[in-house]
Design a protein around this ligand. Structure first.
Ligand code: DGT
Length: 242
């Protein structure tokens, strides 16, 4: 069987062009198919830069990033990016229906596929509760969605593409803890086998991950489960106490 949704970083270092200091320093870790991996660290520690190497928004200066065992530089970029969906930090929805906003992820998605993605993102319930359902218009002329509702539409937009790898770039930090828990519950229930990388500011967002990577100044200073990191990793303890 072909591997689906595996990510490997092998001694990866990366610096932005025109700068002197690498923002990713000798990073090695694996993310197994279906695993949820949390990435935590203070602002500027390199979390977003790290995940940007997976869909090749940038290429490392040394080391290798592999998807399903293959160096991403050897893969067809379109095929690579088809496997990966990134939910950005800031939700960008446009004036239009919920259906249109989700379908922008995959133009030919059927209504059924849109609904399925919305279920996974814990959005189907509240969308259905509007009289117009998926035809509810968002924005100035329509309904004003809460931050959490927008977030879930944005995640549905990523999921409608049926990615192997889902990257949530700190996108749940604006959402309350209960909504975040519901999103994760829905993902766990419906998106079995999907590999998730979750960038987070707060520990509660990654506490139940299979593996948590603690970044500090571009380096991995801790990797493991919550209990292990609370015991052994100073940086993790500091984040936990802040
Ligand atoms: P966040 O989003 O504030 O929690 O921070 P992180 O942990 O996601 O950090 P990241 O990867 O955004 O930034 C790491 C370092 O890289 C930081 O010193 C800012 C710098 N940096 C980020 N994006 C760029 C870029 O596009 N060009 C340059 N030259 N530097 C960048």
């Amino acid at each position: 069987l072909p591997i689906k949704g595996r990510v490997d970083f092998e001694q990866v270092s990366f610096l932005y062009e025109g700068t002197m200091e690498p923002v990713i320093k000798n990073v090695t870790f694996s993310c197994l198919p279906g695993e949820t991996v949390g990435i935590i660290g203070s602002t500027g520690s390199g979390k977003s830069s790290l995940v940007s190497l997976i869909p090749r928004f940038y290429d490392p200066n040394s080391g290798a990033v592999k998807v399903n065992g293959i160096d991403v530089r050897e893969m067809d970029p379109t095929k690579l990016r088809d496997k990966i969906a990134v939910v950005p930090q800031k939700t960008v929805l446009f004036t239009g229906t919920v259906l249109e906003n989700i379908r922008i992820g995959k133009e030919d998605a059927t209504l059924e596929e849109v609904e399925q993605a919305a279920r996974m993102a814990d959005a189907h319930g509240f969308v259905s509760s509007f009289p117009e359902g998926y035809n509810t218009v968002l924005g100035q002329q329509g309904v004003n969605f809460s931050g959490g509702q927008k977030q879930r539409v944005s995640i549905a937009r990523a999921l409608v593409r049926k990615p192997e790898i889902l990257i949530l770039d700190d996108c749940t930090s604006a959402v309350d803890v209960t909504t975040e828990a519901n999103i994760k519950e829905a993902l766990k229930k419906y998106a079995k086998g999907l590999t998730c990388l979750i960038i987070a500011q707060r520990i509660t967002s990654v506490m139940d991950a299979d593996k948590i990577i603690v970044l500090d100044h571009g380096q991995i200073v801790g990797i493991g489960k919550h209990d292990e990191l609370i015991r052994d990793c100073d940086v993790y303890q500091e984040i936990f106490q802040s």
